[in-house]
Write a new protein. Structure first.
Length: 387
């Protein structure tokens, strides 16, 4: 999650002017092209672009930060996530209390725990998460395209096996915001206690890349950003998503929808599935992919990360490091996709947006995802992946 690049060197990017102009032209064309689907769709595409730029410039991954926490006792990545969650909680609360949109709230369920555990294993084998898959593709990673392929396949398979998990124990959706500001305050106290515990567990070493770094206009464009600026930007952009889309940021549904459309092209009949034969879902399947908010924002993340990489002079196609790494990416993507469907979301939809919405299922997600991360870290060496 922390940036391995040197800050002063990054302020002198290799010129990729032609690529930057091509990406800006594509950004402009897609923004205008989405207007027939409503101005909000264009705005959400631009928010997705800013999310991609933020994720890339701040190197704001989730899988790597959990791995560094468990392997190296490096808390900086997770500590920045706690800051992101606390700020998003404060920003979300008045909107949710005044019913400006709906939060990412889901049941506390056995299937959620199983799904989060699988996702945690998959993150480590796939060397990325849901949003991480998108922004690393934008940065030029060819291996993450394979992860995306099986991620979508896994989530699509999850929709087809929906009935297998329905009988397992679960509660009604529970969010602390239903108790008003006292519930919000309770979550902030918990996040504050977590931050204090992490800080005490490992004091930040002065020689390491700091959590906070001044952000000039030049570093804003060319990067890298410190983790604090990344956390702040992600919280603000998720809040804008809640205002415009009527619900917080999510990623997995876009992958699921794309896979279902591909399956339909290959001859699959949606009427054979209880999930996909529902009227509202069937309409989404038949509509243009550009009418889907999650898909449009996902496209924006890829484009935003590409633009950030080009501005930094680092946009280039990168080949997979080994055949074993490719196998790990394929398995990891499948586990993440299926796990995200079971857990009512991924590290964005269930964890980030869930906890920001004060939903208890978000807390369940991170607890079991960390357990899965522990297993995934152990499995990485079997595929020649370093920790």
């Amino acid at each position: 999650m922390t940036s391995s690049v040197n800050f002063p060197e990054q302020l002198k990017p290799r010129s990729q002017t032609t690529l930057i102009f091509i990406l800006l032209a594509l950004l402009t064309g897609l923004t205008v092209g989405l207007l027939p689907f409503g101005w909000k769709q264009s705005a959400l595409f631009l928010i997705g672009t800013l999310l991609g730029l933020t994720l890339y410039h701040a190197s704001f991954g989730f899988a790597s930060s959990y791995r560094r926490l468990l392997v190296n006792r490096d808390v900086r990545g997770v500590l920045s996530q706690v800051l992101m969650l606390a700020l998003a909680t404060v920003l979300f609360a008045p909107l949710l209390l005044h019913q400006v949109g709906r939060g990412a709230v889901a049941p506390v369920a056995v299937q959620g725990a199983v799904g989060a555990f699988l996702f945690g294993v998959g993150m480590q084998l796939g060397s990325g998460c849901a949003c991480g898959t998108l922004y690393t593709i934008g940065g030029g990673s060819s291996m993450m395209l394979l992860t995306l392929l099986t991620f979508g396949t896994g989530s699509f398979l999850g929709t087809l096996s929906n009935g297998l998990w329905q009988g397992l124990p679960k509660t009604e959706p529970i969010s602390l915001v239903q108790w008003g500001w006292p519930g919000v305050a309770l979550q902030l106290v918990i996040l504050g206690a977590l931050a204090a515990g992490l800080w005490y567990w490992q004091r930040l070493a002065a020689e390491k890349t700091p959590l906070w770094q001044p952000l000039s206009w030049r570093s804003f464009l060319y990067g890298p950003w410190s983790l604090v600026w990344g956390a702040i930007a992600l919280a603000l952009l998720n809040t804008l998503t809640l205002v415009l889309a009527g619900r917080p940021w999510g990623v997995t549904w876009g992958f699921t929808l794309w896979s279902a459309k591909i399956a339909q092209l290959l001859g699959w009949n949606p009427q054979s599935s209880e999930f996909w034969s529902q009227d509202a879902i069937a309409q989404m399947l038949q509509a243009s992919v550009f009418a889907d908010v999650t898909s449009v924002m996902n496209f924006g993340i890829v484009l935003g990360a590409s633009l950030a990489a080009a501005l930094a002079g680092r946009l280039a196609l990168r080949q997979p490091p080994s055949k074993l790494a490719v196998i790990a990416a394929l398995i990891g993507g499948l586990l993440m996709g299926y796990g995200a469907w079971l857990a009512f979301g991924c590290n964005v939809g269930a964890y980030f947006s869930g906890i920001a919405s004060t939903s208890l299922h978000g807390w369940l997600w991170i607890a079991f995802a960390l357990l899965g991360t522990g297993l995934g870290v152990r499995l990485r060496s079997s595929f020649g992946l370093s920790n």
